[in-house]
Design a protein around this ligand. Structure first.
Ligand SMILES: [Zn+2]
Length: 212
């Protein structure tokens, strides 16, 4: 905690000077983020850092494994759905990114053979939402024997699963139909901080091109 508090003081007395005007403006005018960025809670994946974004730019949802549940999922799974509705309907973001990543602990847990501990019932239920991803890996990726490769494949398939599920939200359907919302699937490689974007035409993840 000491490190956290020191960090707060360092920010206030240092970098904040560069942001003072921006924060004041955002406080006065409210937020108008251009993008809803859904990514993993993993401490190594920092949406603003890896996209060089400023305060006010991104509406960020972090959850375990950047899972996007279908609109029909209720109960404990509601907060991501609520954020999607708020960002798409109220904030009117123009873009929506689902960003998965390498070495994802959630993907490892999803593919793990042994059942999850009884001490983590919420985590177990949450990961169950992505059970179709696990099935896809078992069905289509039997040629991958290395755990790391299977986990990365699961991270990519989980992004596609999330993009599919986004289509189950009426507010997303409406905005897609009138052409005011674009969906993107990204994969972040931690070791090199590279981003790869899903191309629906080639059905592959390729290095993020400058003009995208
Ligand atoms: Zn993760």
């Amino acid at each position: 905690m000491q490190r956290l508090i020191e960090g707060v003081h360092k920010f206030r007395s240092g970098e904040f000077g560069n942001y003072r005007k921006l924060f004041r403006k955002l406080s006065r005018e409210g937020q108008k983020p251009h993008t809803l960025f859904i990514t993993c809670s993993d401490s190594r994946v920092l949406a603003e850092l890896i996209t060089h974004s400023q305060p006010g730019d991104l509406f960020v949802v972090k959850n375990v494994g950047n899972i996007v549940p279908p609109a029909s999922a209720r109960g404990d799974t509601n907060s991501t759905a609520a954020a999607i509705e708020f960002a798409v309907e109220n904030l009117r973001v123009s873009d929506l990114v689902i960003c998965g990543h390498s070495q994802c602990g959630a993907m490892a847990a999803l593919l793990a053979e042994k059942p999850m501990s009884e001490a983590t019932p919420h985590l177990r239920d949450w990961l169950k939402l992505a059970a179709p991803v696990r099935e896809t890996i078992q069905k289509n990726y039997s040629h991958l024997h290395e755990t790391r490769a299977r986990e990365n494949a699961a991270a990519e398939e989980n992004i596609l699963f999330g993009l599919d599920n986004l289509h189950s939200y009426p507010c997303v359907q409406e905005r897609l139909a009138d052409g005011t919302l674009c969906l993107h699937g990204w994969f972040f490689k931690i070791a090199t901080a590279e981003l790869f974007a899903y191309d629906p035409q080639t059905r592959q993840f390729s290095p993020l091109a400058a003009e995208r």
